[in-house]
Design a protein around this ligand. Structure first.
Ligand code: 13P
Length: 285
């Protein structure tokens, strides 16, 4: 079924798993991603930046996610990632996205809350879910670099959640966007403190840099949405370079692109299996 984030994360919370939210960088990747989740027995969130959404067309993303969710009988959500402008968010909601992120992390707490509330009012009236962010996630995304992340202050997170009825909260715990050459050192004391105080599902950003050995512990600490983008981008591009470098110019494009999509399939399938947290399901601490 095509679902919103709230519905998907309630299921994850009840059984203690996390939902993979994979950034699609073009339309070609999407069937491979959804098929991989289906084969892993997992739900999936396809997420797009505002730039990718505009490049492909928001309604095109909605159409493919809806039709594949129906045809394959798999739970699929479509989420707008890191949107800062109300206009972009409104366009995605009006086009049929099932979930949006309002990223007010660079604003004061007060302004973040005020602008988030406007998004929540518009989205919830249309059964669309909302993710917000407290603290900042550093690193590079879509070529834009925020060098330093800022850890989430638990008191600020609580104030935010008391005032704004969001479906998921992205928190700064030491991850970085775009980290594909090394692994992140997570701030476990902060993670455990946030888990003890926050019941709203939390979101991992910068998932490419997270060591797979840490996935289960993060899931057991209340992270219900797990974003992975750069690993797909880097590997799709790496295989594309190899393929385009060696095929004839009049060879079907399919011959170049299918191996890229297979690489994405393998990554999404492997991670989706880990995200189901099978050995710890229903042991919510
Ligand atoms: P990575 O690209 O570092 O995996 O992060 C994805 C993300 O958090 C998207 O918001």
């Amino acid at each position: 079924m095509y679902k919103n984030l709230g519905e998907m994360l309630r299921g994850a919370q009840a059984l203690n798993y996390t939902v993979g939210a994979f950034n699609a960088h073009n339309l070609e990747m999407v069937p491979a991603m959804i098929t991989a989740a289906k084969d892993a027995g997992a739900p999936i969130i396809i997420q797009t930046s505002v730039g990718t959404a505009e490049y492909v067309g928001m309604k095109n993303f909605v159409a493919i996610c809806r039709s594949m969710a129906d045809d394959l009988l798999v739970d699929v959500g479509l989420h707008l990632d890191h949107a800062k402008s109300f206009d972009a968010i409104k366009s995605a909601i009006d086009a049929g996205y099932s979930s949006v992120m309002f990223d007010g992390s660079a604003l004061s707490l007060r302004e973040n809350m005020e602008r988030a509330q406007r998004v929540v009012d518009y989205a919830h009236a249309r059964q669309v879910s909302v993710e917000c962010e407290i603290g900042t996630i550093g690193g590079t995304e879509e070529g834009v670099t925020i060098a330093e992340g800022k850890y989430t202050d638990p008191a600020q997170a609580l104030t935010f959640l008391e005032n704004v009825d969001v479906d998921a909260l992205a928190v700064g715990i030491g991850t970085h966007h775009g980290q594909f050459k090394s692994k992140t050192k997570l701030n476990w004391p902060l993670i455990e403190m946030l888990h003890a105080r926050i019941s709203t599902p939390m979101v991992i950003h910068g998932g490419t840099g997270v060591d797979e050995d840490d996935y289960h512990r993060l899931t057991n600490n209340g992270f219900r949405k797990f974003n992975v983008g750069t690993e797909l981008l880097v590997n799709w591009t790496r295989v594309a370079k190899e393929m385009f470098g060696k095929t004839e110019v009049n060879s079907s494009l399919r011959n170049n692109i299918l191996p890229c999509n297979t690489t994405v399939y393998n990554i999404v399938r492997h991670k989706s299996e880990l995200f189901m947290n099978v050995e710890n399901q229903s042991v919510v601490s």
